[in-house]
Design a protein around this ligand. Structure first.
Ligand code: SAH
Length: 261
């Protein structure tokens, strides 16, 4: 019996209906698949049944990685590493489909890293990822709602996002205390170009640090009250950060970028 490590966010999926549902989100047959945090290999087995062309898994836990080698032998390429330390952009020659029941404590960190680090080309076809429901709600939030913020703005910049379903704690062992949600992400064909994505991170941080305050203060902090930029962006500075739509934030990032070069 494997003892789950809390520090590695180990909650293994055991509900067969959910496992089946996850592997039906996108076509797997003949595709290159990457699974992050395969754990005891429950989702891994379901993915294998769908006959991927190549199958890579990245698992940080040494014991679990060894068990996976014994269990699956040559059917997978097992990378016993920390996903946060891997440069996935250079790992694959062809586009991959990524699956992950990620540890909740690092899931947003991984996703924002992937978006911010994206070079001109996408290295993935789609991402099928599990999140804590509350985090998923923030990722998919629309403007003018209280969940809208940094995560929604950064995630929606280059990716389309679709919620597949919510998942109850009973689907896992050990049972987590919170509900989960499964999201599908796939690349947008068109998005506003921001050369240095860290600028988008910075401006969203400045705007949402005081989400209840008027836009006047963060705008002045970034642009020194520049009237020309204000006219161009057509922002009402008496509104709050959550009232600006996604596009406006991407435009603000571009203006900020122009200013600093
Ligand atoms: N996908 C499996 C397990 C989910 S639990 C299932 O659904 O049953 C999360 C898994 O991620 C665990 O196996 C844990 O060891 C692994 N993990 C945690 N942190 C990781 C990291 N930084 N890099 C790679 N894997 C990690």
């Amino acid at each position: 019996m494997i003892k789950a490590k809390k520090s590695l966010g180990q909650n293994f999926l055991i509900d067969k209906n959910i496992l089946d549902k996850i592997t039906n989100v996108t076509n797997i047959e003949d595709q290159i698949i990457l699974e992050i945090g395969p754990g005891t290999g429950n989702l891994t087995s379901f993915i294998l049944k769908k006959k991927p062309k190549k199958f890579f898994v990245i698992e940080k836990d040494d014991n679990l990685a060894n068990d996976l080698i014994k269990k699956f032998n040559k059917q997978l390429t097992i990378i016993n590493e920390d996903i946060l330390k891997i440069d996935e952009t250079s790992l694959f020659k062809e586009k991959v489909k990524v699956f992950g029941n990620l540890p909740y404590n690092i899931s947003t960190e991984i996703l924002t890293k992937w978006i911010i680090n994206l070079k001109s080309k996408f290295w993935f076809d789609c991402l099928v990822l599990m999140f804590q429901k509350e985090v998923a709600d923030r990722i998919i939030a629309k403007f003018n709602t209280s969940n809208y913020g940094r995560l929604s703005i950064i995630c929606n910049w280059k990716l389309n996002i679709k919620k597949i379903c919510d998942i109850k704690p009973e689907a896992f062992s050990p049972k987590p205390k919170i509900d989960s949600s499964l999201l599908l992400f796939y690349p947008k064909k068109n998005f506003i170009k921001i050369k240095n994505p860290n600028k988008l991170e910075k401006i969203t941080r400045i705007f949402f640090n005081q989400r209840r305050k008027m836009l006047k203060k963060p705008f002045n902090q970034l642009f020194n009250g520049d009237q020309k930029i204000l006219d161009k962006l057509k922002i009402d500075l008496t509104m709050r950060p959550q009232n600006l739509d996604l596009e406006t934030y991407y435009k603000i990032a571009c203006e900020y970028e122009n200013l600093s070069c």
